[in-house]
Design a protein around this ligand. Sequence first.
Ligand code: GDP
Ligand code: MN
Length: 397
Amino acid sequence: MNLHEYQGKQLLNSFGVKIQRGIVADNHKKAVDAAKQLTAETGTGWWVIKAQIHAGGRGKGGGVKLAKSLAEVETISKDIIGMMLKTPQTPAEGKKVNQVLIAEDVYYPGEAEPEEYYMSVLLNRATGRNMIMYSTEGGMDIESVAEKTPHLIFTEEIDPATGILSFQARKVAFNLGLSGKAFKEMTKFVTSLYGAYIGSDASLFEINPVLKTSDDKVLAVDSKVTLDNNALFRHKNYINLRDLREENPIEVEANAVGLNYVDLDGNVGCMVNGAGLAMSTMDLIKQSGGEPANFLDVGGTADAERVEAGFRIILKDPNVKAILVNIFGGIVRCDRVAQGIVDAYTNMGDAIKVPIIVRLQGTNAKEAKELIEASGLDVISVVEFKEAADKVQEVLS
Ligand code: GDP
Ligand code: MN
């Protein structure tokens, strides 16, 4: 689950990580009130107004603007709220901005230039350990730093048995070229950031920039936080951080009916029971010259109701040119699944406009094939994996 910048910052702050303070608003009146409240709390007279969408690169797209008066807070918020913000990370048409974060300007105009660093916490899958990745080259896009000047990116791996050790936090501060108060601030920042990562069961933190202010404070100016969905049951209070408006609408609908569906870019829809079989079915589609349009695991009970729900979800994607159903009848008998497919198909009438290839293997596979063939419906029934691949190739050509 991905969080908005403002939610990520609140989460970090609850673990003691210093942040640029801010208040979220969904209209320009609330934005002005937020600016006033920030001034009362922090004495700030300048603000930064930041579009809240689940995508980075907002600065470049015009989604991060400075305001030097309440009048500017109002006009800038008016402009940003409701806009379709286009950044290198959004779809081509952009993403609608529903709210803005009004934050204190921590760059203190007129004073010494602050320093921007990059810092992330993530799992190194090769070693099975979490690591802190950081760089002096913050504020800009880290991919190009990695490409052009990879020696400016450092990593620090953390032993899960000990957690982050104080010499590691000092090493980070040292490699970032800090000394004095800023050095101490950075060691605190890194230690609390790592604590937040573990404590929230996150799978990714990316703070770009981490800022060293002109008065040597170290704080998070941006946050990208991804939480591990499989650990959400341990954090009941995180559930309301989910913003369904930011998610793929077909996936949201599929999840609501209990289907494990992931939208992809291809042209062949697939409906499979079991995640492993779903993965190999996607490989099979690729080998047949197609591209999978989705991942869909219907789970153990592939009855008429679930099959129909699956068909309806798959067909919402206009790129789907064919559907491959690949079910292994272990606990569930193939003939029952076949009946489910026939019932669903019959029930859906002309909603199905693409060829459907069904491969049923396992208990009562033969009866299942007979049942589908006897139905007279426009469904291609096969038994072997290879046959399924050939049929996909055939209907696509
Ligand atoms: P992103 O573009 O989506 O990554 O959004 P960021 O939160 O990283 O903001 C983009 C850029 O805006 C930052 O790299 C900063 O240079 C700038 N910025 C953010 N907050 C402030 C602020 O308080 N004052 C000033 N002057 N610039 C800021
Ligand atoms: Mn950023």
